[in-house]
Every structure is written in C-alpha cells, then in structure tokens.
Design a protein around this ligand. Structure first.
Ligand SMILES: [Zn+2]
Length: 237
C-alpha cells in the first residue's frame, strides 16, 4: 500500500458544477493549511433547473454553469480539475469511466478524497458515490496497473448533498471559513433559490450545534473504506 503524503492534497468528486458547496468550508480550511485542491467534475448540469426560467435551453445553461464553475475554481484556488463531460442525468458505471477515475486517483495521490453520500436524493449523486468508492478501492488493487502505481487514499469521506446524512461520523468546524462558503454560493446565480439559501444557513448551523461551534460540516465514512489515520485528521481539527 504505497502512500505519498509529501504533497498534501484534497480530491473532490463532484457530480455537477455546484456540488462542492457541501464540503466547501472543509476545502477552504485545508487550503489555508497548504493543501492543493483537485476536483473531478462528472457532468455539466445542462439539464438541471435554471432559476427564473420555465424553459431550459441546455446549451445556454451549460455555458452559464461552466462559467460559474470557473469562478468557483478561482475562489477555491483549484490546482487542477478533470472535466469528464458526461451527459447530465446519465451518469452510470462503465469500464472506461472506472479506468479514467483510477488513473486520476493514482495521478493526484490525494491525502483526502470527498465523495457524495450513498443515500443522496439525486440519482447522479448516488451513481457518483458508488462509482467513486469503487474506483478508490480499486486504485489500491493490483488492477489495471498500466493506469499508474497503486495508491490507497488514507482518508475518504462522504459529504451531504441537498438532503442531510443519515449517519454522521465526523464533524469539521468551519466557523472561520463560513463567509467564504457564502461567497461561493453567491457565484451560483443560476441555481440558488431563497429556499436553498435557507438550507445553506441552517444545516451548517445545526451541525455546529452538535460540536458547540457556530458552523460545521458533517461527513460519513464509507463502508469498505475505513480511515487510515494520517495528518489530515489533525488538519481538520
Ligand atoms: Zn448535483
């Protein structure tokens, strides 16, 4: 199980351009501690909702959401993102996708990977959760070694989506990063309804209550991918 913690980094698996907001406070926190941030973006969200419009033009929405994603990447200071350009609402397992993910994991060799949770309300999110977990397992197998040297990401966490986690295994205090999370949410003009803002404010506040902090983000440890303690755990404190 070769590991490489020389360069501390986070790899986020994002189904759509705005899904990283679920763990944004944690990502900002680790960026402040010198981590590099990488992201895999599966789909471009072109068939999602477009705030204020009853008719959605997929080409127009793809353009708008790509621009929002670019702005968000500047705010995060993303070192590199991998756009997979899968058609929206059509994310599913293929051997090619699995190979692509394994290649990315073995190339980035992150200290922490964050994926959606398995009980997310959105099918694309659930698919990304399952496929990413499989790829993270297989990246450490003697499987498809032409894709790079095997690597086990020591800490893998599932984040919440639009619905909260059913089981919370870890809380991260993001009180100091919360204003940046609001800056990020503001970038997503095409997606953020007033009701969504209510969620963005209330859930981190509830999670904060559990750990006696103002705001927190919550995570679940995936089945079959237990944590291998490393510096990340101290850096999340
Ligand atoms: Zn999404």
């Amino acid at each position: 199980m070769p590991t490489n913690n020389k360069n501390k980094s986070v790899l986020f698996f994002s189904p759509h351009p705005d899904d990283h907001f679920s763990a944004a406070g944690t990502i900002f926190k680790l960026k402040e501690k010198g981590y590099d941030y990488y992201e895999v973006l599966f789909a471009n969200g072109e068939t999602g909702g477009h705030l204020g419009k009853t008719q959605v033009d997929p080409n127009e929405l793809r353009g708008i959401r790509s621009l929002e994603f670019e702005k968000a990447s500047v705010l995060f200071g993303t070192k590199k993102y991998y756009k997979l350009n899968i058609p929206n609402n059509d994310i599913h397992y293929t051997r090619d996708l699995m190979f692509e993910l394994i290649k990315i994991i073995r190339e980035v060799r992150p200290s922490l990977a964050i994926i959606p949770h398995t009980t997310d309300y959105h099918r694309d999110h659930r698919e990304v959760s399952e496929i990413s977990a499989d790829a993270l397992l297989r990246a450490d197998n003697s499987f498809a070694l032409h894709l790079g040297e095997r690597y086990r990401v020591p800490v893998i966490l599932q984040c919440r989506g639009i619905n909260p986690l059913l089981k919370i295994d870890m809380l991260v205090d993001i009180s100091e990063q919360y204003s940046k999370v609001l800056d990020l949410v503001e970038i997503y003009n095409s997606q953020v309804t007033p009701r969504m803002l209510q969620y963005v404010e209330s859930l981190p506040s509830l999670s904060g209550y559990y750990m006696r902090a103002k705001y927190a983000e919550e995570f679940e440890i995936p089945r079959n991918l237990p944590i291998i303690p490393n510096d990340v755990l101290a850096d999340l404190a």
